[in-house]
Design a protein around this ligand. Structure first.
Ligand code: PHE
Length: 463
């Protein structure tokens, strides 16, 4: 057995870390920027929902083009440049924005002309959405391609790679957040966008300069170059087992939708909860609401090595769960996290604030679930995809995130605000307890169903 990991993994780790820094750094201040001068909160939430949804839709296109024409390397460089351009447009947007809101009412002054800022912002979002499509599926595909198909180190490789994602996701908001502006000085946000832009350029440039040296297989073959024409010409028909593997990816992707739709409440309803119902004082200092959003990323970084070690230990005794089972465990942990907080807020008076340990505990449990599901899922897709469709299948995997992000926004509208709400007319949501229990049932049912069909899926995954 080969020890350690190829150097290419660390280049991909760094490239992805810098890109996620840029993505999450921009995302942390994005809605604040919009409501500071350009849009009402409602419109800002909608734009935000479409943006985060579409960002994960374009990987389908980016994956297809990479498999068919460009290969992963070129797609990443193009995607990186498009995203840097997107951040630059955000920077320009915030550079020309003018204060437009009166303190008293938050109403936008129609006399202030911010049309150019809006136009530049929309252009920026367009390039970020497009660029992410070329970048995200291809970088993950290359992680898989560094290893031979049956290499046992793949799960660990994706967990390491996933740490890169989250180091970036932790640092981005912390740094870009320093440059938060407000309605008096909305232009200050430009420095946050510029940070995101510079880091994106560094990411792309580093990858561009070092890819030929490091992104190679153990026997020195380049990874992620332009697909060979002959290979495409012979591979038309998919074999029976390839079709079954693709079916497994689709089935698991469908289950994973329920994971992210509940998990991504972090940015919406759980943020309302942090804001309105959580006592955020530590030794007399009140922690900003948005800091809670960096918790899952911090926990991923801390817990990823522990999880890797645990799978390793279990593996030694032959007890390591199958990859499908790990997805079911992830869903179950998500349900457990919501159950924990539902229990904490049961019979809670709307005026009372709870200790921040409830939300911290929920994120801790959710992160264990995320680590069981997300990196392993990436690894699974990489193992199951026919080679010539690898990036496209990665795009399909991200498609479930696109659906989830849009669904997360819809589910968050059920967050209790005094009026009784119902889901499709059949589940009444009257309290926070009801709201959280909705996610317990949703992910709990998905976990049990996936665990039940896992033997069938495992059989389909055999060669
Ligand atoms: N934190 C993860 C990331 O940004 C969330 C995610 C998982 C996004 C799976 C898309 C797909 O990579």
């Amino acid at each position: 057995m080969k020890e350690g990991h190829p150097k290419g993994l660390y280049l991909l780790f760094f490239t992805e870390m810098a890109e996620r820094f840029s993505y999450y750094g921009m995302r942390a201040v994005f809605t604040l920027y919009m409501v500071a001068a350009l849009f009402t909160m409602e419109s800002a939430s909608e734009i935000y929902g479409y943006y985060t949804g579409l960002v994960y839709l374009t990987p389908l296109l980016g994956g297809y083009i990479a498999d068919r024409y460009w290969g992963n390397r070129r797609s990443i460089v193009v995607g990186g440049m498009l995203m840097a351009l997107g951040q630059l447009l955000m920077f320009l947007s915030a550079s020309c924005v003018r204060p437009a809101i009166y303190e008293a009412d938050g109403v936008i002054d129609p006399a202030v002309d911010n049309h150019l800022a809006v136009l530049l912002m929309m252009g920026g979002l367009f390039f970020l959405i497009l660029g992410n499509g070329f970048f995200k599926p291809n970088i993950a595909t290359m992680v898989g391609s560094l290893y031979s198909p049956d290499d046992k180190r793949k799960d660990a490789a994706f967990t390491i790679f996933y740490m890169g994602v989250n180091v970036g996701a932790t640092l981005g908001p912390l740094l870009c957040g320093i440059f938060e502006g407000d309605y008096l000085n909305p232009s200050r946000f430009k420095w946050a966008f510029l940070c995101a832009c510079i880091v994106m350029i560094i990411s792309t440039l580093t990858f561009y300069l070092l890819k030929d040296r490091y992104v190679v297989t153990h026997d020195g073959q380049p990874v992620g170059i332009k697909p060979a024409h002959q290979q495409r010409a012979v591979k038309h028909e998919l074999s029976r087992s390839e079709k079954q593997h693709i079916a497994v990816i689709f089935i698991i992707a469908a289950f994973v939708i329920f994971f992210w739709a509940a998990y991504e409440q972090a940015g919406v309803s759980l943020t309302f909860f942090a804001d309105q119902q959580t006592d955020r004082h530590i030794l007399g200092w009140e922690m900003p609401t948005s800091y809670f959003q960096s918790l899952p990323a911090i926990f991923v970084v801390l817990l990823a090595p522990v999880m890797n070690l645990m799978w390793d230990l279990l593996g030694r005794y032959g007890w390591e769960p199958s990859s499908v089972m790990k997805q079911a465990i992830g869903l179950a942990l998500l349900a457990l996290g919501y159950w924990f907080i539902a229990w904490g807020v049961k019979d809670l008076d709307p005026q009372v604030k709870v200790s921040m340990w409830w939300l911290t505990g929920l994120y801790f449990i959710h992160t264990l679930g995320e680590l069981s599901l997300s990196p392993i899922g990436l690894s699974l897709v990489s193992k199951l995809s026919p080679k010539h469709l690898a990036s496209l299948m990665m795009g399909i995997w991200f498609l479930s995130s696109a659906v989830s992000n849009m669904l997360a926004g819809q589910l968050s509208t059920l967050y209790p605000d005094g009026s009784a709400k119902s889901l499709f007319g059949w589940v009444e949501i009257r309290s926070l307890y009801d709201f959280f229990m909705l996610f317990v049932s949703m992910s709990g049912i998905a976990a049990v169903a996936l665990a039940c069909i896992s033997p069938v899926l495992n059989k389909m995954m055999k060669k």
